[in-house]
Design a protein around this ligand. Structure first.
Ligand code: 5AD
Ligand code: SF4
Length: 510
């Protein structure tokens, strides 16, 4: 089987980007000649920004090649997922593909025949974790040369990462990108029989492939992609490059998937996209997220959520549809990123503080009970103390019940990475701490309002800390722990809240 990798003449289809420095170009050509087995198109940032409106074809005829359907017999796979829900869901697709190839899932990395790291590129620390993990995997590969180590997800879409893997981690067998997931069977086969590192990354996004097998992690809550990619190009963000242009799934395909999940007994669906409010903009007919949500209210599934929103595309029709309620939950995750107009401008967010507050007002008028949560970045280049304080004020004004807060991390290839990262780390950390203290205070205050109230909990299982306690989430995504019989798992149970903690509620079944 596999021996040590060695240079060999290989067929390559390699499009050289026009925006690399001469040095990098030389270096990468050398590496390409030495190792690349298959198709590699380094992400081309200039071209990405000039994306053309091209039709996206949808394919319904996906099949695992017949010679691959039992290649994993008596073998196991292990997938470690980093990053967002989109990645979690991609992992479910990859697990579906591996299972369809005869592999069995294992939660023991050391025992696996195939290890897949589904990576995240959003911040530097996410990438560092992956390189750290590779350090642990290397000895496994030495023990078992037949082990296949694959790197996929957003990091694979970055040229610098691919080069670093080639230089420093040549024991990796396979690198594939976010547009190539459906090619997993062929790629595993190539990796099995090739002596060279197999690299298949397309800088240009592919078509939409329906009917990929999925092995979902839960039996109650499911993720459903409604669109892929992002065209917003916020100046700090790598996602429009790693995930490609916005492509919406056809409404009928989304509706059919949600119906099927309802039939299978799922109780909650989260619609996924990097900017779900842009849903439908690329379709050849007029259709938006509001219409999609309206259609989904007809389906007998108790809870439908969606994430992530962009304030710019959040339209009145969607608010109208959400306000009617039914199975649509009024928990809205609406990233604001900063409360300062100047910072929002250089982030190219395409909304001002006032736009955001006006949208919140509109949402609150129609949905007075709505829970709002957000994402915030601190320490963006040039952020002054006064600008940061504007963010604190906005957090208070809106009354966010939760926020994901981040220290700005320059991402190579994004416009902001060219600017001086001039807020010292100590100041960034101090701002993050102040922001978190405020967010935690608001979270706790929101939790306290539930004491004495009756909430509906979708019971997911036993609490992690105490097997006698059940836990689940309310419609507003609050974690509730209460004592009850295990027969309640999977049901929607009314619970009276007795005590509030910062991150969870305690209650009694009624
Ligand atoms: N640095 C820090 N945080 C970032 N995010 C996106 N890019 C960066 C970056 N370069 C945050 C944003 C986004 C969330 C998913 O991650 O807040 O909404
Ligand atoms: Fe990144 Fe979200 Fe902005 Fe798209 S809208 S570029 S995913 S932060």
């Amino acid at each position: 089987m596999k021996e040590e990798k060695q240079a060999q003449p290989i067929e390559k289809h390699h499009e050289q980007p026009d925006n690399l420095s001469r040095l990098k170009k030389l270096e990468s050509d050398e590496l390409v000649n030495k190792y690349f087995q298959t198709t590699y198109q380094p992400p081309n940032l200039k071209k990405a920004r000039k994306r053309l409106k091209q039709d996206v074809n949808v394919h319904y005829d996906y099949e695992i090649p017949s010679d691959m359907q039992s290649i994993g017999k008596d073998k196991t796979f292990y997938i470690r997922t980093y990053g967002c829900q989109m990645n979690e869901h991609d992992t479910e697709v990859m697990a579906g593909l591996m299972t369809a190839m005869g592999y069995q899932a294992t939660d023991q990395m050391k025992q696996a025949d195939v290890i897949l790291l589904n990576t995240c590129a959003i911040r530097e620390n996410a990438e560092n974790k992956v390189f750290g993990e590779l350090g642990h995997i290397k000895p496994l590969k030495k023990e078992n040369p037949d082990l296949i180590v694959a790197i996929c997800g957003c990091m694979s879409q970055e040229e610098s990462v691919v080069n670093r893997l080639l230089q420093k981690h040549p024991f990796v067998d396979l690198i594939f990108g976010t547009h190539n997931i459906h090619r997993l069977p062929e790629l595993i086969k190539e990796a099995m029989f090739s002596k060279a590192m197999v690299v298949e990354v397309w800088s240009k996004e592919g078509d939409i492939i329906e009917n990929l097998p999925k092995k979902r992690q839960g039996k109650l809550k499911a993720w459903v992609n409604i669109m892929y990619g992002c065209d917003k190009f916020c100046t700090y963000c790598i996602v429009p490059y790693t995930r490609g242009k916005e492509r919406s799934r056809l409404p009928d395909d989304v509706i059919a998937e949600v119906k099927e999940l309802a039939q299978q007994g799922y109780k909650e669906v989260t619609l996924l996209g990097q900017n779900v409010n842009a849903y439908g903009k690329d379709l050849p007919f007029t259709y938006g997220l509001g219409q999609l949500m309206e259609a989904l209210t007809e389906i007998d599934i108790p809870r439908i959520r969606f994430t992530t929103s962009h304030p710019r595309d959040f339209d009145d029709h969607l608010i109208d549809v959400l306000a009617r309620g039914r199975n649509l939950l009024d928990h809205i995750h609406l990233p604001v990123q900063s409360g300062s107009n100047e910072i929002l401008r250089i982030m190219a967010r395409r909304h001002t503080r006032e736009d955001y507050l006006a949208l919140v007002k509109k949402i609150r008028e129609r949905m007075p009970e709505a829970t709002l949560t957000t994402d915030i970045i601190v320490g963006f280049p040039n952020e002054t103390e006064a600008q940061f304080e504007e963010t604190l004020q906005l957090v208070e004004m809106v009354g966010f019940e939760h926020a994901f807060t981040f220290i700005y991390s320059p991402r190579e290839g994004t416009p902001a990475a060219k600017w001086q990262d001039d807020v010292p780390m100590q100041v960034k950390k101090e701002r993050l701490n102040r922001l978190n203290a405020l967010v935690n205070k608001q979270s706790r205050a929101a939790m306290e309002q539930y004491v004495g109230e009756v909430v509906t909990v979708l019971v997911e299982g036993e609490s992690r800390k105490d097997a006698e306690v059940l836990s689940g989430y309310t419609e507003r995504n609050k974690l509730v722990n209460f004592k009850g019989s295990k027969t309640l798992i999977g049901q929607m149970v009314p619970v009276k809240i007795t005590e509030a903690k910062t991150w969870s509620l305690l209650g009694e079944e009624i």
